[in-house]
Design a protein around this ligand. Sequence first.
Ligand SMILES: *Cc1c(COP(=O)(O)O)cnc(C)c1O
Length: 363
Amino acid sequence: MTLIERYGRHLPVPPDVAPVSLGEGGTPLLPSRRLGPALGLDLWFKLEGQNPTGSFKDRGMTVAVTLARARGARAVICASTGNTAASAAAYAARAGLAAAVVVPRGRVARGKLAQALACGAEVWEIEGDFDRALELVRATAASVPAVALVNSVNPDRLQGQKTAAFEICDAFAGDRPPDAVVLPVGNAGNITAYHMGFEEYRRAGRLAALPAMIGVQAAGAAPLVLGRDVPNPETVATAIRIGRPASAEGARRAVAQTGGAFAAVPDEAILDAQRRLAAEEGVFVEPASAAPVAALLEAAAGRAPEVAARVRPGVRVVCVLTGHGLKDPDAGARLGRPSRVLEAEPAAVARELDRLAGGGPAA
Ligand SMILES: *Cc1c(COP(=O)(O)O)cnc(C)c1O
């Protein structure tokens, strides 16, 4: 079943409109095996990297492209740090529409660019950051008929993305709902969408209380923590390298109305969290997606009191892992031990195996 079929009565898609779908949504909610116990938390991971193009953007794109096509669009356009481009390109291809994506030159992870190009999108690189790219597409898209803007400033995107909150509630139905939901924040559409989703379920009597929403930014791109725009945002987490979030208002409301918080984490903490997620949980995410886990680790180390205050021992926490590690192979390859060259002989391999297994009998 497509996401639109599953949650149709919560979505603005008329029943006679055929969904443009790649099988998005229904992503795993995985209990943590090591980090949670080490932190004294009942920690869960929502694996949004399992969506068709490897990020949560697909939840919004299925609704945005479905409605764009139904309204007669022939092309879609977006500004992107990479994942929106990959998703827009794929859903446009599926729908039979043209796609153009405007990206900051040299600042898009390799996997994401490959996805957009492979799906036939026109990729337009600009000398400027995401904020400038979004300014450009917002200033121009409306003046060209039959072009739909599919950034998260398009409300259809947020409608689709709120379904992740529904899935979390449905997964814990009849059980204790999460006390806190922690997610990375860039342009702030996703935190706004989760808040909408939780609020809709609460009003429908399907959720007793809203979880505290904790929005995590990179220290070099933290306008919501600082309370002002950041002119030249810098972070290894390119998906959240944004200095002027379009949905800042929605993000502030989400945090205020749920007793949540914004937090900033340094790049070193993000990379450490990315490495630990992969090495200790087997979950390989892109850097931006490790920011929520970095915030929990920083809180445990006494460096994020605003997070620690809301994530007391024993609480149930869901970290939203927004995008797949394969998106950014350059960041991923730096995480583990470097590969080594072995002699192509059984003795050489056996020697290494013996060392690996600690010299004991084979398991
Ligand atoms: C888009 C994106 C974000 C940020 O989401 P916003 O809605 O812009 O706040 C975080 N992580 C990944 C992997 C993304 O692609």
